[in-house]
Design a protein around this ligand. Structure first.
Ligand code: BGC
Length: 383
C-alpha cells in the first residue's frame, strides 16, 4: 500500500507532461489528441483539449491554455451563423439531421476534416465552457476575450442538450448519456454564474442547466432498476443499469450530483468495484476497444474524486499507477493492456489502427490535474 508519494518521479513526469503537451500544441492553439496514432492524427477534440487545458492552466502555463481557448472560441465564432440557423430551425420544429450538427473534433485550422467520424457529441462544448471559466477564474482573466465563442456554445447547448448523441467514447448515438449531460450542466452552470452573458442568454443557460439536472435525477439513475450494486447510482445512459467510469466526472469536477451525497458515493463505489483493478480504471464492462484495457485518464478522474473527498491515499494509488505506465520517454498512452476485459478483441484493433495512441495529451493533462490536486506539482513559475 502506498503511504508516501515518490515526489521526485511525480514532479518529473509533471514537467514532462507539460513539455509533451506544449511541444505538440499547434501554432494556432489546438491541442492534438495524439500526434502519431493513425485514427486521431491531424485532429483536436474539444473534450480532450478542455481537460488538457485545465491541467495546463493548473500547471501555471496561462499562455498555452489561453491559446487553446482562443482557438476554440475562434472555431465556434466562425460557426455563429450555422448555429443561429440550427437554433432557428429547431425553434420552428424542423427535423435536423445529425450531419448538420457541429463536429466532435476539428482539424487544427478549425475545419471539420474529411474523414468519417462518430460526429455528433455535445459533451465537449460543455466541458470547454467549464474549463474556460475555471481558467479565467484561476488566473484573473477577462472572459470578454472569448465572448463570441462562448455565446455560440451556449446557444448550441441550450437548444440541443436533450438530443441523444454519441457518448465520451463515441458510441451509442441513440442514447441519452449521463456523463454527457454532466458536462453540459457544468458548462452552462459555470457561464451562468459569471458576469458576462446578456440576461436572456444567462437565464437560458441557468434554466437548461436546471432541466439537465432534473432529467438526470428522474431518468439517469438506477433507482428502481436491478443493478449489480445495492444503492442507486448514476447510470451509463437513461434506462441502463450499468456504470461507466466517466460518470465520476458528474461528481468532481462537474458537480451534477453533490459531492458526498448518497448518489455520488454509490456511483463512485460502483465504478471502483466494477471497473478498477490495482489503481487502473476500465471504461465500462462491455468495452472491447483494444481488448478493453485500463485508461490512465480515468484513473486520474477517480483519483481526483478521491482527493477531493479527502482520501489522499486512494488518490495517490491512482496517481502512482498512472506514473508506472509512462514509457521510457515519459509518454503516457491512452490505455494499457495489463488487465484486459476482453483480451480476444485486442488484435483486431491493433490490425485496424496500429498500437494504442501514445502519447495521449488528455492522459498527460489529467496527470497534471491529479498531481495538482495532491499538491505534488513542482514549485515555481512554469515549474
Ligand atoms: C475516445 C474519445 C477521445 C478520442 C481522442 C477515442 O478513442 O473514445 O474519448 O476523445 O479517442 O482521444
Amino acid at each position: 500500500m502506498t503511504t508516501a508519494p515518490d515526489g521526485g518521479r511525480v514532479a518529473e513526469l509533471a514537467r514532462q507532461s507539460h513539455r509533451v503537451i506544449t511541444a505538440l500544441q499547434h501554432p494556432g492553439g489546438a491541442y492534438p489528441a495524439s500526434p502519431t496514432f493513425s485514427a486521431y492524427r491531424g485532429y483536436a477534440w474539444l473534450r480532450d483539449g478542455a481537460f488538457t487545458a485545465e491541467g495546463i492552466s493548473r500547471y501555471g502555463d496561462v499562455t498555452s491554455a489561453s491559446r487553446f481557448h482562443d482557438w476554440v472560441a475562434g472555431v465556434l465564432a466562425d460557426r455563429a451563423e450555422v448555429v443561429a440557423t440550427l437554433c432557428r430551425d429547431a425553434a420552428d420544429g424542423r427535423e435536423i439531421p445529425l450531419d448538420r450538427m457541429l463536429p466532435t473534433r476539428f482539424t487544427f485550422d478549425g475545419g471539420a476534416g474529411s474523414d468519417p467520424w462518430w460526429d455528433f457529441q455535445t459533451d465537449g462544448y460543455g466541458t470547454w465552457l467549464w474549463s474556460l471559466v475555471e481558467h479565467a477564474g484561476r488566473h484573473g482573466l477577462d472572459l470578454e476575450r472569448w465572448r463570441a465563442g462562448i455565446e455560440v456554445a451556449v446557444d448550441y447547448l441550450t437548444t440541443f442538450w436533450s438530443r441523444p448523441c454519441y457518448d465520451w467514447w463515441e458510441e451509442h448515438v441513440e442514447e441519452r448519456h449521463v456523463s454527457t449531460l454532466g458536462a453540459i450542466h457544468a458548462g452552462l452552470t459555470a457561464v451562468a454564474r459569471v458576469p458576462l452573458l446578456d440576461e436572456s442568454r444567462r437565464a437560458a443557460a441557468g434554466r437548461a442547466a436546471d432541466q439537465v439536472r432534473e432529467r438526470v435525477l428522474a431518468e439517469g439513475t438506477t433507482t428502481g432498476r436491478a443493478s449489480d450494486h445495492g444503492a442507486p447510482h448514476l447510470a451509463k445512459w437513461f434506462g441502463s443499469a450499468q456504470v461507466d467510469a466517466s460518470l465520476a466526472a458528474c461528481v468532481v469536477p462537474f458537480g451534477l450530483v453533490e459531492r458526498g451525497s448518497a448518489l455520488a458515493t454509490a456511483t463512485l463505489d460502483a465504478i471502483a468495484v466494477d471497473l478498477e483493478v490495482d489503481g487502473g480504471v476500465h471504461r465500462f464492462r462491455a468495452d472491447v476497444f483494444y481488448g478493453g484495457g485500463q485508461w490512465l485518464l480515468l484513473a486520474c478522474l477517480l483519483g481526483w474524486n478521491r482527493a477531493a473527498a479527502g482520501d489522499r491515499e486512494g488518490a495517490l494509488r491512482n496517481l502512482l499507477w498512472v506514473a508506472d505506465q509512462a514509457d521510457p520517454d515519459g509518454h503516457l498512452p491512452e490505455q494499457v493492456p495489463g488487465h484486459l476485459l476482453h483480451p480476444e478483441a485486442r488484435a483486431e484493433w491493433v490490425d485496424r489502427w496500429g498500437e494504442v495512441a501514445s502519447p495521449l495529451l488528455w492522459s498527460h493533462g489529467m496527470f497534471l490535474i491529479l498531481a495538482d490536486e495532491l499538491g505534488l506539482l513542482p514549485e515555481g513559475p512554469l515549474r
